[in-house]
Design a protein around this ligand. Structure first.
Ligand code: G1P
Length: 306
């Protein structure tokens, strides 16, 4: 049998087939993954994160109405020539950044049968190696090396590794929740003993939620093939991870304590845009004083706006 670290992950899978109903009507025509967070699509942050962590081969699992994503990661010769002629190196570099960052591949999901089903579409691309799954709703700050840490835990222990965050009892029903064995804590890694997809708060094993980063062993595909539809009638990745735990495959969690920007719903998306923009060198110096004044001038809660 090979040792856990015999193979290291080089590939990332990004499911992008979701319908984006929380952002209608914009998402009638634009995939939610391409909505700009400042000036880059949310999805570009995710691809950059994968590439930074040493995963330059990226597979997007797409669905209908997502062809704009393929266009985004394709070259645009006419645009590039026009920018070259204008001598606009800054924008030219920005355009190249989208295509140069990683080798992006696509597969269609066909039917939207859940996250587990989406990940199963990556089986041929992944082959017999561990791989990462990154969900598009969470942007992890580039200064926080979450995925790198998860890959290191996977190389050491083998099996699967998920990113965890304590979201509190009020929010746990929106996530996959885990039970952990605290006695196994090793640095930030902790052994997971059970998982439940979207449990009612009073039945959650803890308030630790899976946030959208996974490093998975290829055995997950066999588990997914026999996973029946679960929460919401969908084939859940969480349920396939339960099978791994039951089969004795190590499943670890890395508890994240860094900066995460949720772009999954409208309010969180607005917060993410503001948070990321105030830190930008090109926009922050002008945005910060404006924002301070704007906030100072805001009428108190309950008062009617001017
Ligand atoms: C999915 C997973 C869930 C996880 C969440 C993280 O749910 O099924 O276990 O906690 O992503 O964002 P979704 O948000 O697709 O409903």
């Amino acid at each position: 049998m090979s040792s856990p670290s015999a193979r290291t992950a080089t590939k990332a899978v990004i499911p992008v087939a979701g319908m984006g109903t929380r952002f209608l009507p914009a998402t009638k025509a634009i995939p939610k993954e391409l909505l700009p967070v400042v000036d880059r699509p949310a999805l570009q942050y995710i691809v950059e994160e994968a590439a930074r962590a040493g995963l330059p081969e990226v597979l997007m699992v797409t669905g209908r109405n997502k062809s704009a994503i393929e266009d985004f990661f394709d070259r645009t010769p006419e645009l590039e020539t026009a920018l070259e002629k204008k001598g606009d190196q800054f924008r030219l570099a920005a355009v190249h950044a989208a295509t140069d960052v990683a080798q992006v591949h696509f597969v269609r999901q066909g039917e939207a049968r859940g996250l587990g089903h989406a990940v199963l579409q990556a089986a041929a691309f992944v082959g017999d190696e561990p791989f990462a799954v990154l969900l598009g709703d969470d942007i992890i700050d580039a200064r926080d090396l979450l995925l790198e840490e998860m890959l290191a835990v996977q190389a050491e222990h083998g099996g699967a590794v998920v990113a965890l965050l304590d979201v509190g009892a009020d929010n746990i029903s929106k996530y996959g929740a885990v039970a952990v064995d605290e006695s196994t804590a090793d640095g930030s890694a902790v052994r997971i003993t059970g998982l439940v997809e979207k449990p009612p708060a009073d039945q959650a094993p803890s308030t630790l939620a899976i946030i959208g980063r996974y490093v998975l062993p290829p055995e997950i595909f066999a588990a997914l093939r026999v996973t029946e539809p679960g929460a919401g009638g969908e084939i859940q990745l969480t349920d396939a991870l339960v099978r791994l735990v039951d089969d004795g495959v190590p499943v670890h969690g890395v508890v994240f304590s860094g900066r995460r920007y949720d772009t999954g719903d409208r309010l969180d998306y607005l917060k993410a845009v503001v948070q990321l923009a105030v830190e930008r060198e090109d926009l922050g110096p002008q945005l910060r004083p404006w924002l301070r004044k704007f906030v100072a001038d805001l009428p108190a809660e309950g008062a009617s706006p001017a």
